[in-house]
Design a binder for this molecule. Sequence first.
Ligand code: ZN
Length: 135
Amino acid sequence: MTENKQIIAAEPLDQETIDKIKDGLLVRRQQIKEELKKITTADNKNDEPVKAKFPNYGNESDDNALEISDYTTNLATEKILQSALQDIESSLKRIEAKTYGICKYCGRPIGKQRMLARPSASACVECKTKLQKAL
Ligand SMILES: [Zn+2]
């Protein structure tokens, strides 16, 4: 580690980039919703919490084992998709609130490159690193 670390000024997010990211988020949100539909039971008409599908392949013990293993996979996938969906929703909310791309800890711009790489980022690299060290 060198004391003389180079500080690269974070390039602020311009509206064009935000619009581009927003389009990407909307597409991704639709994809995730489609994926969730495949593995969950609820049709989610009323925004009810969705439940992972419990498959029914038959009553042989091999079938049951496969049902449980697929159910476990569905559950795990559902969790990942739900949390990705939440990230997207909160990113979209931040875009609406014009706080997108601003670090929620220090209030400084997160930087265009990082937002493009991680559109759901809500903290700058510096704060993120500090937080991870504190854990
Ligand atoms: Zn920060």
